[in-house]
Design a protein around this ligand. Structure first.
Ligand SMILES: *[C@@H]1O[C@H](CO)[C@@H](O)[C@H](O)[C@H]1NC(C)=O
Ligand SMILES: *[C@@H]1O[C@H](CO)[C@@H](O)[C@H](O)[C@H]1NC(C)=O
Ligand SMILES: *[C@@H]1O[C@H](CO)[C@@H](O)[C@H](O)[C@H]1NC(C)=O
Ligand SMILES: *[C@@H]1O[C@H](CO)[C@@H](O)[C@H](O)[C@H]1NC(C)=O
Ligand SMILES: *[C@@H]1O[C@H](CO)[C@@H](O)[C@H](O)[C@H]1NC(C)=O
Ligand SMILES: *[C@@H]1O[C@H](CO)[C@@H](O)[C@H](O)[C@H]1NC(C)=O
Length: 872
């Protein structure tokens, strides 16, 4: 049950309207002829991110709906509904118990139609009663659709959008009609927002068939076309191995590209190479608008260690409705330094467990740095009376002799549902979700040690509560591994062979000594309870790394050291500091991490040697860190609680990308599904500590949310979480900032360097998010996902207000906040004394790659009656 394709519509920036694109590298972007955004139920228009959301309820609106009975109403969600998104177009809705339609006079050609929904109680309309159909250009897009059942099934979202592609003929008017399901008196139809955006003729539709360009249909011998009589529904669009791409960063069509972590279902999750320096060479067949650069310069591969890559298959699974054909587009681009010749990396591709390519070879398809995609179609038919099934995409390595590296690569994945011959795209509603399944995830706790000062402060400020709960998580890890070998006679390689050496590299002690000039003190960049952190260079001086040398007297046993390596090497995320490798000698235990050239966020807030960070950059850093925590909380199978979120644990690389650190040295938590929290001794850093956690010693992911709320206020005010010299009421930043917000005096505590640069809308939103994170009860705090969304929205408010201001004065956009990123000097990542390396483990997921029996004749049967050469 995965969230639907979410669209950050409010992060959108019109590319046509601006002389200079504020979204970065959009040269070569597509400029849609039709780019219509309707804010349904609103009587005003709002410029959000440069796109004008036109209210359909304004006087003489071009987009007032057409109705037979004139009985539709407009409304805002009842204020009692939880988690109102607070963003255009979700604030208002058009609702009716009879039919209504929108009419769009658009040019001919294929269009994206995006429908935005926020299922909620609206005055006189109950959330659970929405059942309606949507038709457009003769296609049924939705039928008897329940927005609330859909949102509950995919239960991490309260609002969502659905994206369709359909083609408008010459002289055709595009009507979108909403019809409540007949037969139930309470049924009503509603919609919060509508987008209609043109797309290039041949972006997804395809009328050419040759050996490479047609769509290979699983089980059919010859390729097919996809002509414009078909409509599509986007099911998933994944930037494989890469970052979330918001609509504004798409190539002009406002598509959203999700992170693929949640969809990798094989036991081994592969490795994530990236090459941001490669100059991508687009072609006529794959023009630049096909997908953003960031899709092609990041990837997921199986790794070049044959023993490992030949032992598993890399699989993605996406849930889809049964009884439809699906278009599966796989995006590829070779950018790794090792891969240059045909057969360097040739591999197998399976779709729905059926082999569709026995020797995929990206270099020979397109060449180095040249993006290319392949389209497949597959029928997923109902074999088990289920409404939904998983569509899988699987890569398999080829053995020696067929390829140099037994490896495989995927850069992007798009999955579309294809309309049936009777022009239908609608599936059935999911069954109502039992409330139990919405319970919080099981937690896995990051362990750690606590500095004495912090303990003292805790005892002092928090009434001397004792840490009485035993850390219940400390002894659970053995079964994963079997007995740890105590043998010292075996060679290192053998002894550690169960470790993921493709994900994580082994360094000899000699290499580490060379890298640090035999642990020279001048290379120390951090000191912690566990030992020292050195800056060093490996690979003959080419790669800077941070080297953590564990004290010989450190409590961390060999077992925990292993666990950390195994776990950290699997936890890969753009916004988490990654473990590069380790070194284990008779006496030494050493961990090698990515070096973070710009040190900690804390350094940039308090160290006056650094120029003050501009506001937008601070926001971006917060968004990055929030993504990292979100990944810890929900990207892995089990929730991982960081437990020590603070500005000294948010590191910045040379490109100012925020990375959460010190989630290492993990302990595996309880595995019973019934547990929603972990009882543990209170650990953390004073000033950031969740009061609920402190009181009840119940740790949940919401404890991190609290700490992150403190981080947000720190970023806003450039004031430490605890100022011991300050007047009593100002000692704790959390308390002081909350009281200032409540009394409307927040501007007084904003960092003086930011005065005048934060727009009031952005400041309000930012404070609202930070305040919600600091809610006393964990249950009332937002999830990190909500925080990411909220912060993105705050950023958007900032950007759009700046844009409006510039538009008004008629000058081109100059983004002053982005100035002079290079001014700051390169410094080491400071690891502070209270930091405790701690973390969690993502369990190995049971593989879903076993071949399901599926007879090809089913496909043939179902296609037999349609035109040869076309998809049914
Ligand atoms: C627009 O709608 C809001 C509430 O939704 C209402 O308060 C306001 O009076 C309306 N304005 C106009 C011009 O109708
Ligand atoms: C679309 O609506 C207009 C009226 O707004 C109507 O004249 C036209 O026939 C409709 N087109 C279709 C294809 O239903
Ligand atoms: C990125 O690609 C360029 C050009 O092929 C190459 O020179 C460079 O080494 C690559 N970088 C990485 C990290 O693979
Ligand atoms: C880009 O690709 C074309 C052919 O696909 C080739 O002729 C050209 O040299 C390439 N350019 C670069 C910079 O690699
Ligand atoms: C699809 O796979 C996921 C993860 O393996 C699983 O949780 C889900 O129940 C599957 N859905 C269906 C319909 O089988
Ligand atoms: C509409 O969907 C609901 C829930 O899935 C179902 O109970 C009802 O029978 C459906 N109604 C029609 C007319 O299909």
């Amino acid at each position: 049950m995965k969230p639907p394709l979410l669209l950050f519509i409010f992060i959108s920036v019109s590319l046509e309207a601006l002389p200079v694109s504020v979204t970065g590298n959009n040269v070569g972007a597509y400029h849609p002829t039709d780019d219509i955004t309707v804010d349904c139920g609103s009587n005003t228009s709002s410029l959000v991110g440069g796109r004008n959301w036109i209210g359909d309820a304004a006087d003489r609106s071009d987009y007032s709906p057409i109705e037979k009975t004139h009985s539709s109403t407009t409304a805002e969600a009842s204020s009692s509904s939880p988690s109102i998104p607070g963003a255009v177009p979700y604030l208002t809705a058009r609702l009716s118990r009879s039919e209504f339609a929108y009419t769009f006079h658009v040019t001919a050609g294929p269009k994206f139609v995006r429908l935005h929904f926020f299922p909620s109680d609206y005055p006189n309309f109950r959330r659970v009663d929405s059942f309606f159909s949507v038709e457009a250009a003769g296609y049924t897009l939705l039928r008897n659709f329940s927005a609330s059942l859909f949102a509950d099934y995919t239960h991490s979202v309260s609002f969502f959008s659905k994206e369709f592609c359909l083609s408008v003929r010459e002289d055709q008017i595009l009507n979108i009609t909403f019809t409540p399901t007949p037969g139930t008196s309470d049924a009503y139809a509603f919609v919060n927002g509508i987008e209609v955006v043109s797309m290039p003729e041949s972006l997804y539709y395809n009328t050419v068939v040759d050996s490479t360009e047609g769509i290979k249909v699983v089980g059919l011998p010859s390729p097919r076309t996809l002509d414009t009589t078909k409509a599509l529904e986007a099911v998933r669009r994944l930037n494989v191995g890469g970052q979330f791409v918001v609509p504004a960063d798409d190539t002009g069509m406002y598509r959203t590209w999700e992170v693929d972590d949640d969809y990798v279902t094989s036991s081994n999750i592969g490795v994530l190479p990236v090459n941001t320096t490669i100059q991508l060479n687009y072609s006529e067949k794959v023009p630049k608008y096909t997908a953003p650069d960031s899709v092609y310069n990041t990837a997921r591969t199986m790794g070049t260690d044959k023993r490992i890559s030949l032992s598993y298959k890399l699989t993605w699974s996406v849930e889809v409705d049964v009884n439809f054909y699906y278009l599966v587009r796989l995006h590829f681009c070779e950018f790794q330094i090792e891969i240059n010749e045909p057969l360097d990396r040739a591999f197998e591709i399976f779709i729905d467990s059926q082999l569709v390519e026995d020797r995929a070879d990206v270099i020979s398809w397109s060449g180095k740095g040249v993006p290319v995609y392949r389209d497949f179609a597959v029928a997923l038919l109902d074999h088990s009376q289920k409404k939904r099934t998983n569509l899988s995409v699987t890569l398999g390595a080829l053995p020696d002799g067929s390829t140099l590296y037994s490896d495989a690569i995927l850069n992007g994945l798009e999955i579309f549902k294809i309309s049936t011959p009777d022009r239908n795209l609608a599936g059935l509603n999911p069954d109502p979700t039992p409330p139990a399944s919405k319970a919080a995830k099981i937690a896995i706790v990051a362990g750690g040690t606590l500095g004495c000062t912090v303990l003292f402060l805790l005892a002092f400020f928090l009434h001397r509560r004792k840490n009485r709960a035993k850390d219940s998580t400390s002894s659970d890890g053995t079964s994963w591994w079997g007995p740890v070998s105590r043998s010292t006679t075996k060679s290192m390689k053998t002894q550690w062979s169960s470790l993921p050496l493709d994900l994580c590299r082994y360094f000899s002690l000699a290499e580490i000594r060379a890298a640090t000039n035999n642990f020279d003190k001048v290379f120390i960049i951090g000191v912690g309870g566990f030992g020292n952190v050195y800056k060093g260079y490996v690979d003959g001086g080419a790669t800077p790394v941070a080297i953590k040398r564990l004290n010989q007297g450190s409590q961390q046993g060999l077992h925990e050291f292993r666990t950390e390596i195994e776990m950290l090497s699997q936890l890969r995320h753009l916004h988490l500091v990654s473990l590069i490798g380790f070194c284990k000698d008779a006496r030494e235990m050493i961990l090698v991490y990515d070096y973070m050239a710009r040190g900690t966020l804390s350094d940039h807030l308090y160290n006056t040697d650094n120029p003050p960070l501009p506001w937008k950059q601070r926001l971006e850093i917060c968004i990055g860190a929030a993504w990292g925590l979100h990944y810890l909380h929900s990207g892995a199978k089990h929730t991982i609680i960081h437990r020590d979120v603070k500005t000294t644990n948010i590191l910045l690389n040379e490109k100012w990308v925020a990375k959460v650190s010190d989630f290492g040295l993990s302990k595996v938590g309880p595995t019973s599904e019934s547990k929603t929290h972990v009882s543990t001794a209170v650990k953390g850093t004073f000033g950031y500590l969740d009061p609920e956690y402190y009181r009840h010693q119940r740790l949940t992911d919401k404890s991190d949310v609290y700490s992150f709320g403190v981080v947000l206020f720190e970023v806003l005010c450039a004031r430490p979480a605890v100022s011991r010299m300050a007047p009593m009421e100002q000692i704790s930043l959390a308390e002081w900032a909350q009281s200032c917000c409540k009394s409307g005096a927040v501007e007084e505590i904003v960092d003086p360097h930011l005065k005048g640069s934060i727009t009031p809308e952005c400041l309000n939103k930012f404070c609202e998010i930070a305040m919600s994170c600091l809610q006393d009860k964990g249950a009332n705090r937002p999830s990190m996902n909500d925080v990411v969304w909220g912060l993105n929205f705050a950023l958007q408010l900032q950007v759009s207000t700046e844009l409006e201001a510039t538009d008004r004065v008629g000058v081109s956009v100059h983004d002053s906040d982005d100035s002079d990123h290079d001014a700051a000097s390169i410094r080491g990542s400071g690891s502070d004394e209270a930091s405790n390396t701690s973390g969690g483990w993502k369990s190995s997921r049971e593989t879903a790659t076993s071949t399901r029996a599926r007879s090809n004749d089913v496909c043939d049967e179902s296609t037999a009656s349609y035109d040869a050469g076309k998809l049914p």
